[in-house]
Design a protein around this ligand. Structure first.
Ligand SMILES: CCCCCCCCCCCCCCCC(=O)SCCNC(=O)CCNC(=O)[C@H](O)C(C)(C)COP(=O)(O)OP(=O)(O)OC[C@H]1O[C@@H](n2cnc3c(N)ncnc32)[C@H](O)[C@@H]1OP(=O)(O)O
Length: 253
């Protein structure tokens, strides 16, 4: 059956809307029950021999002690054990991250084929662990807050020994954009306003925090701070405006 671009966009749009949040990843997390009596475990085979997509938000050998400490801090709050010994979802949720982000977003596989099969998420296309953007994003739905633990690799140098301002802007866009998409569905960055307050040493781990300021119709306003991991040093602050878009907009119909 031949469909017009507009028909295809409507179908995809309906698919996105009816199939839940963008971040229901294609591959289930480790140990997630799939149905009565079945538990699929995502075995940590050394990439690239695994048939599963690589989730870049999981620890790898390049992560330093501070990156690991903060990962464990937030990850331990993704699941809590009640007094009765039951496991329950905690206040935080780790968002998976793939280099074909659209393909592994719910319903995105068709869209990723239509747009460009070779497309890769900019921050996730350098294979060497630790060379560039190492990060993991956690969201707290109740507090409408998002935290990213970011370790900046040697390929991101700008001023000698420090992180390039464009790489910092990239991470701010990625974190606030992910947060906006989590809150509001498909969005595009309309405005980013960034103030650089103190340089980030290359190789260091920093925290990038995004908070919802307000929602007004199609507009999601967020503010963002990049700080040292103990919060004592402010590196960068930013505000962002994201506009909700239809899938048709991405397809240009
Ligand atoms: C399907 C997705 C699944 C994804 C699942 C995986 C997720 C994996 C996470 C990856 C995370 C990476 C996140 C990267 C995100 C980018 O980097 S996006 C790339 C950079 N951004 C762009 O290229 C956007 C380019 N600009 C545009 O396409 C269009 O201008 C926009 C932003 C879509 C807006 O166009 P529009 O929809 O026609 O809206 P328009 O009618 O012009 O304006 C609507 C309202 O917004 C206001 N407005 C528009 N622009 C502005 C502005 N710059 N400043 C202030 N107000 C503005 C207007 O004044 C108007 O206000 P009202 O009059 O309604 O009060």
């Amino acid at each position: 059956m031949i469909r017009s671009g507009a028909q295809m966009a409507r179908r995809l749009s309906a698919g996105f809307l009816s199939r839940g949040p963008l971040f229901s990843a294609g591959a289930p997390a480790a140990g997630v029950p799939l149905g009565p009596g079945t538990v699929r475990t995502m075995v940590a085979l050394p990439w690239p021999f695994s048939s599963q997509p690589r989730d870049f938000s999981l620890p790898n050998s390049s992560w330093g002690s501070e990156m690991m400490r903060l990962y464990e801090h937030y990850n331990s709050q993704c699941e809590v054990v009640t007094e009765a010994g039951e496991r329950q979802r905690g206040p935080w949720r780790r968002l998976p991250s793939y280099n074909r982000s659209l393909k592994y977003a719910t319903g995105g596989v068709y869209l990723s084929k239509l747009i460009q099969s070779k497309a890769r998420l900019f921050t996730r296309n350098i294979r060497a662990p630790g060379a560039a953007f190492e990060y993991v994003v956690f969201v707290n739905k109740e507090e409408q807050r998002c935290v990213c633990v970011f370790q900046a690799g040697h390929l991101l140098e700008g001023p000698p020994g420090h992180v390039h301002g464009g790489a910092i802007a990239t991470m701010i866009d990625a974190v606030t954009g992910t947060h906006a998409a989590y809150l509001s569905g498909p969005v595009m960055t309309a405005n980013l306003n960034i103030n650089y307050r103190s340089p980030i040493p290359l190789g260091s781990t920093v925290l990038i925090e995004s908070c919802l300021d307000k929602n007004e119709g199609r507009k999601t306003f967020l503010s963002c701070k990049v700080t040292s991991t103990d919060g004592s040093k402010l590196h960068t602050e930013a505000t962002g405006l994201f506009l909700s878009i239809t899938v048709g907009k991405l397809l240009g119909v």
